[in-house]
Design a protein around this ligand. Structure first.
Ligand code: NAD
Length: 294
């Protein structure tokens, strides 16, 4: 049986974050900085320890830079409670944000376990970067309160949050998500559930076109990047960004967008496939469109 909850997620309440990895620890931090009590759940105890260390590190850096007061650091840390067990991890939650690996089967299995443990008015969100919100919602008894809350990495720095609504998402859920995101001092955009949402679809289209231009010898990678940095004020050109994201990750998303949208401009360029085959995956491999070796 679902339990009742009374507090509103736009006001300080308990936010449960499921998954304490790269994104989960950042989401826990920003929620706690926005005065919410946070429960952070991960079955892997080491992940919980690492998450707390990472949050402490982020806050310490904030204090060093004068962006976070020492009291805010202490209060934020005191609001975060970690649990390796799901029942405790979602207890009293007015909002649940899932940030476990990008696999629909894993996420659905978790939602099936979570739904009976939370109140029927608890907002349920996924931080998925690419999966269909509608498909994930199919597993739920109450899909109206479910939506995508797509944060960007690193969460405590990046302002943007995509709120992704499926056909079954209630307007009230979107309004609650907007209030939640604004309460964290972040900038929400509202996007209909569709492949790549807004950010990946545009970002990948630009990145692939830049790769095709390198392939055709239009200009060097550096000069193509400078065109966008200096001509359009992008903080970073599309090829350097592809190196940071990983060419393999970009290829996978391009294939997915090509399959699901059926548009030729998402057909991955031969050069991208070849570089991935050769292990030139970008920064993490030391070589991509740029050399990252020291
Ligand atoms: P990650 O691998 O860093 O962390 C995932 C965490 O989930 C791990 O700590 C793991 O122990 C835990 N986990 C695994 N199964 C679980 C389960 N059943 N219940 C609870 N916890 C479980 O992953 P990440 O990079 O933080 O990505 C999480 C989600 O955020 C994915 O959907 C991803 O697509 C999305 N996302 C990632 C980024 C990014 O840059 N990394 C950006 C935006 C969105």
């Amino acid at each position: 049986m679902a339990r009742d909850s009374t507090s509103s997620p736009s006001h300080p309440g308990t936010v449960a974050v499921l998954g304490a990895g790269t994104m989960g620890h950042g989401i826990a931090q920003v929620m706690a900085q926005a005065q919410h009590r946070v429960t952070l759940y991960d079955p892997d105890r080491t992940a919980l320890t690492r998450a707390l260390e990472a949050i402490e590190g982020n806050l310490a850096k904030g204090v060093e830079l004068g962006k976070v007061a020492p009291e805010e650091r202490d209060e934020t840390l005191a609001r975060i409670h970690t649990f390796p067990n799901l029942d405790q991890g979602v207890e009293g939650a007015t909002v649940v944000v899932e940030a476990i690996p990008e696999r629909a089967d894993l996420k659905k299995a978790l939602f099936r376990q979570v739904e009976p443990l939370i109140a029927s008015d608890t907002l349920l969100a996924s931080n998925t970067s690419s999966l269909s919100i509608q498909e994930l919602a199919l597993i739920l008894d109450e899909p109206g309160r479910f939506l995508g809350l797509h944060f960007f990495n690193p969460v405590h720095i990046m302002k943007l949050v995509e709120i992704v609504h499926g056909p079954e998402t209630d307007r009230e859920a979107v309004d609650r998500a907007l209030a939640l995101v604004e309460g964290m001092g972040k900038e929400p955009i509202v996007v209909k559930d569709s492949p790549g949402f807004a950010s990946s679809r545009l970002g990948v289209a630009l990145g692939l076109e830049a790769i095709r231009m390198v392939e055709e010898g239009v200009a060097s990678a550096r000069d193509i990047d400078r065109a966008m940095e200096l001509g359009y004020r992008h903080p970073m050109g599309p090829l350097r960004l592809t190196d940071l994201i990983g060419l393999d990750v970009r290829l996978e998303i391009a294939e997915y967008l090509h399959r699901s949208l059926g548009q030729d401009h998402f057909d991955p360029p031969e050069l991208l496939r070849r570089m991935v085959d050769e292990g030139k995956l970008g920064q993490k491999a030391g070589q991509g469109f740029y050399s990252w070796e020291d």
